[in-house]
Design a protein around this ligand. Structure first.
Ligand code: NAD
Ligand code: ZN
Ligand code: ZN
Length: 345
């Protein structure tokens, strides 16, 4: 089968590899109908997160169940399913509370980051603990609307929840990639009166504006502009959706005293400098972490059903899986107005 394989920094290739087999009685094989590239895949693409050559990438997918193990009870062959970006066993205490990030059984919680758990950017993907990790999709939910629910929308909702937004708040979202654009929508759902969006890419700022945010280009003097918009106080909450030290520092700078900093951008180096003095004097609450996708899916499905989310609209490009190398380069460089890409095997 065809799969997207990491070769070296800045290079992926579509290769013919062996199909997964169903040795796991709790597992399933899913035929992928749509998969996407995430900002998190870019960390692997550039090897800023360590990755082994030969790793099949991808953790966001929608597909059809091809085969199930002997002990799978809830999902059936032929059903259309969504695969959350973070997986768990479903049996342990953490998973039973919908916190698979802390799963006590599975050592790895994300597909497509190691050769041991091949990813979703392939024709077929093996899914452990299928009863917990596969969500059957209602027929009216299109693949392109379901794809953002695998990761970026749950992360946007997690970011807004961690920002403890109260009605009337001013919230800054730094980074207007798919995660940031979802965070803008979720901040509004929590009642933010003003969302200020910061990014370097004009097309992405245009998207933020269309969602109702006020846009500030990242190379402008962002801090004085935010102070101006908040009567000199600073923002009640800042969501960092980039994953860089520079934007972490900017986030702290933009907050008012007693503000909340919600960081979902992935910055996993050990030597990140956090200006603790500033955080201390500002009485800042900092929340950071990996999203527990199942916690947010029921709410997101309800919101999607009631047309309260702009999900599929974020998919600006649909390409064949065979074009993955070009797709990675386009998404990495934010070319051609690309927001979120869908790859079709
Ligand atoms: P993306 O690369 O499409 O978006 C990042 C955006 O940040 C881009 O629009 C880019 O122009 C902007 N940016 C870069 N430098 C900037 C700067 N100095 N100032 C302002 N904007 C800047 O990626 P994405 O898919 O939106 O993901 C965003 C981040 O969220 C990534 O770090 C990803 O790994 C992370 N993520 C975290 C979780 C989680 O569970 N915490 C889940 C999914 C993704
Ligand atoms: Zn993702
Ligand atoms: Zn578990």
């Amino acid at each position: 089968m065809q799969a997207v394989v990491w070769i070296e920094p800045g290079r992926v290739e579509v290769r013919d590899i062996r199909e997964p087999d169903l040795s796991d009685p709790h597992g399933a094989i899913v035929r992928v109908t749509a998969t996407s590239i995430c900002g998190s895949d870019l960390h692997l693409y550039h090897a800023t997160i360590p990755v082994m050559p030969g790793t099949v990438l991808g953790h966001e997918a929608v597909g059809v169940v091809e085969a199930v193990g002997a002990r799978v009870e809830r999902v059936r062959v032929g059903e259309r399913v969504l695969l959350p970006a973070v997986i768990g066993c479903g049996f342990c205490r953490s998973c039973r509370q919908a916190y698979p990030v802390d799963c006590e059984t599975l050592p790895m919680k994300v597909l497509g980051v190691s050769p041991l758990l091949p990813g979703t950017q392939a024709e077929l993907v093996a899914v452990p603990y299928a009863d917990f990790n596969l969500w059957v999709l209602p027929p009216e939910v299109a693949d392109v609307d379901a794809l953002p629910l695998t990761d970026v929308f749950p992360t946007g909702l997690f970011a807004a929840e961690n920002a403890r937004i109260a009605p009337g708040d001013t919230v800054v979202v730094i980074g207007c990639g798919p995660v940031g654009l979802c965070a803008i929508q979720c901040a509004q759902l929590y009642g933010a009166a003003l969302v200020i969006a910061v990014d370097r890419v004009p097309e992405r700022l245009d998207w933020a504006k269309r969602l109702g945010a006020q846009a500030i280009p990242a190379d402008d003097d962002v801090a004085p502009r935010v102070r101006n918009l908040t009567q000199g106080r600073g923002a009640d909450a800042v969501i960092e959706a980039v994953g860089s030290e520079k934007t972490l520092h900017l986030a702290l700078d933009l907050l008012r005293t007693g503000g909340r900093l919600s960081m979902v951008g992935v910055l996993v180096k050990e030597d990140v400098r956090l200006p603790l003095g500033t955080a201390f004097l500002k009485d800042v609450t900092l929340r950071v972490g990996l999203v527990n996708v199942p916690r947010y899916l029921p709410a997101l499905f309800s919101l999607l059903h009631k047309h309260r989310l702009r999900a599929g609209a974020m998919i600006t490009h649909v390409l064949s899986l065979a074009d993955a190398a070009r797709a990675y380069a386009m998404f990495d460089r934010k070319e051609q107005g690309c927001i979120k890409l869908c790859l079709r095997p």
